[in-house]
Write a protein that binds this ligand. Sequence first.
Ligand code: UDX
Ligand code: ADP
Length: 480
Amino acid sequence: MVKICCIGAGYVGGPTMAVIALKCPSVEVVVVDISVSRITAWNSEQLPIYEPGLDEVVKQCRGKNLFFSVDVEKHVSEADIIFVSVNTPTKTQGLGAGKAADLTYWESAARMIADVSKSDKIVVEKSTVPVKTAEAIEKILTHNSKGIKFQILSNPEFLAEGTAIEDLFSPDRVLIGGRETPGGQKAIKALKAVYANWVPEERIICTNLWSAELSKLAANAFLAQRISSVNAMSALCEATGADVSQVAHAVGKDTRIGAKFLNASVGFGGSCFQKDILNLVYICECNGLPEVANYWKQVIKVNDYQKNRFVNRIVSSMFNTVSGKKIAVLGFAFKKDTGDTRETPAIDVCKGLIDDKAKLSIYDPQVTEEQIQRDLSLNKFDWDHPAHLQPLSPASKKDITVVWDAYEATKNAHAICILTEWDEFKNLDFQKIYNNMQKPAFLFDGRNVVNPQKLRDIGFVVYSIGKPLDPWIKDLPAVA
Ligand code: UDX
Ligand code: ADP
């Protein structure tokens, strides 16, 4: 029986291993983590992450060929294939601060593998890492080994949160990179055999190590670039009277461009896009390619611009001050169908409003109060470290309340900001909400969830990203 061990029971490791266990009944899969609370949750009825369809998959395999354990060393030493899916934060200090990946967790995982291994192993990079990480890991493993052979593979994960299970069941492609040596090719074949249990052969792409590592960064950079492109257009739409949804529809009809991933928004978030682009920028700079670095940097700049623009629209529309005003924030997760808040645009928007002394009442169907308070008191980039290593600045707790209902959040509010496109926000009783708000009642839609005309008919002053401006807002000086 092939034994797989995955180090890191997070958003990538957990769902990916659960699907491998489901699709490969003859493979034993153990997911290990140093976080006792995470492993306890994976072994309970309340999984540590919310992902549609995940509960069913875990229920079907847990205790059969899928196990979650804190006994990291035991399972690593017994495994044939070890996936490494640990955090790779952005460095906040020293060389490459603010851009380069901090490989502390990766390095300690690699050293531990070297220490405890007693047989040959395939080590697979699953979490996104900078190009050439495999080379560094290879050095750590081979310099410590006692005649044991390690093969390093890069097998980046392309799942998107909220659709992780669908993406894993039917991936557009599986990418496996390895050394172009007989040993490397043998390792690729072994990993390919695992995926071949359910992924059609033509969708499994095999490349060299560096291509696989770079492809992951490139794919995320291209995806993020699309959003920054449409968001840049949204600003121009507002200035000209064009409607960004109509523009995106027309543009996306060109089959060379395609219709997906063209929704203008308050900005992209998530654990990958910003981090991966910063990484790409750093690699370009290190390789003497400043023009290429600056090109990709602009994708992040436009994203920051979009978040600032949104805050400025709110403040300038509300008589240039939100001080002491209650603002209801609907949605905090970085996208719908996940409870994940890593790099969510809601953090920057909320911080911007708090800086202007607003009182926030926040509601998200999946994010806890503890998480929101923590996110709003963390420094940039600190989220990707274990909780005990996250220094918290004293949060202005008095300015934030977290409630469990959109109607409660909006009661007596001066304004509503929609920051996540949860389906339930489309079907709220906006007449009832309007009746219970201060007047004029403002609604700022950062996800184009509501029909602006219907809400204007009720009496709201509405701002929707990239849509023709409300007469109220149009008369105000342009902001950015
Ligand atoms: C992304 C990649 O899609 C995935 O392939 C990779 O493995 C990890 O990074 P994820 O971050 O989970 O996945 O979600 P994604 O659906 O890509 O959304 C990222 C952000 O972009 C979200 O904040 C989302 O709201 C935003 N977005 C997405 C838009 O603003 N407009 C769009 O049209 C699409
Ligand atoms: P991702 O979104 O890439 O899955 P997460 O931050 O959700 O990232 O998960 C990474 C996991 O890796 C965390 O649960 C963390 O506790 C775990 N981890 C980090 N270093 C180690 C290590 N040396 N051994 C075991 N687990 C580790």
